[in-house]
Design a protein around this ligand. Structure first.
Ligand code: FE
Ligand code: FE
Length: 337
């Protein structure tokens, strides 16, 4: 065990219990699931304590009252609210939409979502301006997009100094180029925004397919006191596949968890997955099992021993060390060999 108390708290984006639509199955994978029912589905997963909710709440009959009563009924907590500033109306951007009226509606939607968030007692607001960016060279003035995004964030987060606003970055999709595309660009924008309550959400998968080292991005954001939350999932590094945790990149997931653990990360580990063809509850359970195992392994890492290897930048030594902790059986075989 490191100095960290064992943190085995888990949460999930509510979208992973809803209906999935892509550009092929435009009729959706599975039936529509109103948000209160998605909350009940989430509650069937042992260990989940909180959910990140899209706003407006979706599905027929979904309202603040029905969502609140589903939360009360299941004992789940609203961890965050994600305003849908990425839907059809904002296909040319939210903060950066060429139409000032649409820009204002995006700001109004975030303001409304924030009021609901405060009412539900969320830990933070999650801002994912997924449509803010561009698709073609010369399509937009990068400086104008930057300035509008900075101003927009100032406008929504400024009135609520006591409430964190986390910007979730992503390299691409739905745009070929998103404005908040990397940890570094997001931190630079946050510097320009100049508000204490604005920080970063690192989605492990976004960081992976943005060709980052997710652990390095964690350290970068932590060193500036700007890491608000993380999303957990996995992918093949070329797309945001949103697969179960550790299904492809176990070693880098462990490194990511180790960095957070070492910093005393005490927030629920939030799942962000799109189990298009899997049972969502089973996919969440699979991630929780994997996360629990990897966290046990991260806890067992002797920081001093690792620090010595890293001091010498001993690549194979560090690899052997990680394999030892990951596969004790494997390491015994190696020593005997
Ligand atoms: Fe995410
Ligand atoms: Fe994503």
């Amino acid at each position: 065990m490191t100095s960290v108390e064992r943190n085995r708290r888990f949460s999930a984006g509510i979208w992973m219990f809803g209906q999935f639509v892509d550009r092929f199955a435009t009729d959706g994978y599975g039936p529509e699931v109103p948000m209160p029912d998605a909350i009940r589905r989430a509650a069937s997963v042992n260990g989940l304590e909180a959910v990140d909710l899209n706003f407006p709440f979706w599905g027929p009959g979904a309202s603040v009252a029905s969502v609140r009563s589903a939360l009360d009924e299941t004992g789940l907590r609203a961890q965050a609210i994600t305003p849908a500033i990425y839907s059809r109306e904002y296909s040319k951007g939210s903060f950066t939409n060429p139409d000032p009226g649409t820009r204002q509606r995006a700001l109004d939607l975030i303001a409304e979502a924030t009021e609901v968030g405060l009412e539900l007692g969320v830990d933070y607001m999650k801002i994912w301006p997924g449509q803010d960016g561009f698709d073609y060279p010369f399509q937009a003035d990068p400086k104008r997009l930057w300035d509008l995004s900075v101003e927009g964030m100032r406008e929504v987060a400024g009135p609520h100094p006591g409430l964190p606003f986390a910007i979730e970055y992503k390299p691409k999709e739905p745009r070929t180029h998103m404005l908040f595309s990397s940890a570094a660009r997001t931190l630079l924008a946050i510097e320009d925004i100049g508000l204490e309550n604005v920080g970063v959400l690192i989605d492990f998968g976004h960081s992976m397919y943005g060709a980052e080292s997710p652990a390095s991005s964690v350290e970068l954001c932590l060193s500036r006191g700007k890491l608000i939350d993380v999303d957990l999932n996995d992918n093949f590094r070329s797309w945001d596949d949103d697969m179960t945790v550790g299904s492809v990149h176990i070693v880098e997931t462990l490194e990511f968890l180790f960095s957070l653990n070492r910093a005393g990360w005490a927030k629920p580990w939030k799942l962000d997955q799109f189990p298009f063809r899997e049972d969502p509850a089973a996919a969440a359970r699979a991630s929780i099992v994997m996360l629990s195992r990897l966290l046990d392994i991260a806890d067992s890492i002797e920081p001093k021993q690792l620090a010595e290897l890293q001091e010498n930048q001993d690549a194979l030594g560090a690899q052997g060390f990680v394999f030892d902790v990951l596969f004790s059986q494997f390491s015994r075989d190696r020593r005997q060999g």
